[in-house]
Design a protein around this ligand. Structure first.
Ligand code: RB5
Length: 149
């Protein structure tokens, strides 16, 4: 069970800012705590500027889980996955949110702000945070993800 006292960094561009506000509003009322890295308006911005701050916190081990959002969720995931200790999974339904934890030990959920129902996104985040990594054969696979030099 996720400890709701943990701070969850969250970042989005203009394509994800509405979903971010919705998630923070609903989930704060349910007892979760967020470190909101922006953006805070629908003015056009560059998604990496708001994803790097979240990914850095996860990469450095200062937070266990993060949430990133852009229009498609793709650019956000690509940015976060440049960090060696980050595993960001792009999720669009509850099964994906569960599997990326169980099989990939994802530590960031990437959401497509323009392509997902907001209430489903709330459910996805709760499933993501409360699903454990299965370990076993998946440890071997996750350990093979880093670039081969
Ligand atoms: C912004 O228009 C859009 O490109 C961005 O939110 C995201 O979808 C990029 O991957």
């Amino acid at each position: 069970m996720f400890d709701k006292n943990q701070v969850i960094p969250i970042g989005a561009d203009h394509g994800g800012v509405k979903l971010k506000a919705y998630l923070v509003g609903i989930l704060t009322s349910k007892g979760y705590h967020f470190d909101d890295k922006g953006t805070y308006s629908e003015a056009s911005v560059d998604y990496p500027d708001f994803i790097h701050p979240v990914a850095k916190l996860i990469n450095e081990g200062r937070c266990d889980f993060g949430i990133i959002i852009c229009g498609s969720g793709q650019g956000a995931a690509m940015t976060a996955n440049k960090y060696p200790n980050v595993r960001a999974g792009l999720c669009w339904d509850l099964e994906q949110a569960k599997l990326t934890r169980q099989h990939n030990n994802a530590n960031i959920i990437s959401l497509p702000g323009r392509f997902v129902d907001f209430n489903l996104a709330v459910e996805m985040v709760e499933v993501f945070l409360n699903t454990d990594f299965e370990g076993g054969r998946h440890i071997i696979r996750v350990n093979k993800i880093p670039v081969i030099q």
